[in-house]
Design a protein around this ligand. Structure first.
Ligand code: NAD
Ligand code: WQD
Length: 338
């Protein structure tokens, strides 16, 4: 009996695979390494003292999926594989719809053929678009996404909801992550973006290590206490434990649900800079520029449904997130590349 993890070599996938191995699950990974390095899996194996089965293949490859389902007795699929850059999705929408939407459809079809009927999908707070109000609960309106990446997540959620009506034996959980940050406390696993990071914490980390000169803060004229954008940052270790909780609390007899994974607390860009400065004992060079197109003022979760339905809540605070992000950056200045 094993759990199939798509995209298991990536940032959130590698932390979740480690958590699964640590509780003695058998894990099978499919990853095409389009945004990951196999080094992450070497390190997962070192930390766990146990190796996952790894297939370097694409989820769009039906034959690869068929052979994995034929070789292993898979009970559940945790589906991380997909493309995640907002800016890249605007430049190349078809790649995003193909990987994220078609990829999920291919996977789902092969699951159904193989009789595997439990799926946990990596969704995102991006499905809420421009929020009318915060905190965002699962009852909040979805839609109004501002880029093809966000739209691809919303489309997949809709496809999964429709699929679950036609396949009432399937249990499908869409976990809507807020802003994942941080790294494994060992400093061996973390986020390894290609090129110049788009996201705030990898950007700050690279300023702190001297790879980038100055952080540009996108706007200080939002209707927030210090004028900068507010987000719900969540430690990647908490996200990993959220997936284990979702596995443990899947509804028997089939169901579709969407659940927020956030802390329920919002922090501003300036809060992040200060917390990182404290963690790294350094000063972060920054300058304020205009707003980034598509950004919202505030996005943070009501995380009560996850507490009720999964018995899960985030336990790591902002200082721990920044400490572990810095520990990863400091120990791996060039990421997984030697
Ligand atoms: P990541 O890029 O580090 O991991 C994704 C993994 O999937 C990579 O290892 C990549 O090589 C693999 N992959 C991509 N396309 C594939 C394909 N067609 N076939 C096989 N493997 C493929 O990203 P992450 O941050 O770990 O995110 C994991 C999931 O969570 C993604 O679906 C992402 O959209 C979603 N998510 C991420 C965030 C975030 O900010 N990191 C927030 C919300 C949701
Ligand atoms: C956070 C805050 C920026 C960079 C994105 C995706 C979302 C989800 C998570 C996958 C904002 C500010 C940022 C910088 C800055 N991904 N910022 N200077 O935009 O909330 O969410 O990643 O699902 O879909 O949109 O995250 O880290 O880019 O930005 O001032 O150089 O930091 O304006 O307020 P975001 P982020």
């Amino acid at each position: 009996m094993a759990i199939l993890v798509t995209g298991g070599a990536g940032y959130i996938g590698s932390h979740t695979v480690l958590a699964l191995l640590e509780r003695d699950e058998d894990v099978v990974i499919i990853d095409n390494l389009s945004n990951a390095s196999q080094e992450s899996l070497t390190r997962v194996t070192e930390l766990a003292g146990k190796a996952p089965a790894v297939y370097i293949a694409d989820i769009l490859d039906r034959e690869a999926l068929k052979s994995i389902f034929a070789r292993h007795t898979i009970t559940d699929v945790i589906h991380f594989a997909g493309l995640k850059s907002v800016s890249e999705s605007i430049k190349n929408p078809l790649a995003y719809y193909e990987n994220n939407v078609v990829g999920t459809m291919v996977l789902l079809n092969e699951m159904a053929l193989a009789g595997v009927n439990s799926l946990i999908f990596s969704s995102s707070a991006t499905v809420y678009g421009h929020p009318d109000k915060v905190p965002l609960s699962e009852q909040s309106r979805t839609g109004g996404t501002t880029n093809p990446y966000g739209t691809s997540k919303l489309m997949v959620e809709q496809i999964l909801a429709d699929f679950s009506v036609a396949h009432p034996d399937f249990t499908i959980t869409c976990l809507r992550y807020f802003n994942p940050v941080g790294a494994h406390p060992s400093g061996r696993l973390g986020e390894d973006p290609n090129g110049i990071p788009n996201n705030l914490v990898p950007y700050i980390s690279q300023v702190a290590i001297g790879k980038l000169e100055c952080l540009t803060v996108f706007g200080n004229d939002y209707p927030t206490p210090d004028g900068t954008g507010i987000r719900d940052y969540i430690h990647v270790m908490d996200l990993a434990s959220g997936h284990l909780a979702a596995l443990d609390h899947k509804a028997e007899g089939g169901a579709f649900k969407a659940i927020n994974l956030g802390t329920g607390v919002g922090y501003s860009v300036i809060d992040l800079i200060k917390a990182f400065e404290k963690a790294a004992q350094t000063t972060i060079n920054y300058r304020i520029v205009g707003r980034r197109s598509g950004d919202v003022a505030e996005c943070w979760s009501d995380s009560s449904l996850a507490r009720q339905q999964l018995g899960w809540q985030a336990i790591r605070n902002l200082d721990e997130m920044m400490r572990d992000a810095w520990n990863w950056q400091k120990n791996n200045p060039t990421g997984y590349r030697a």
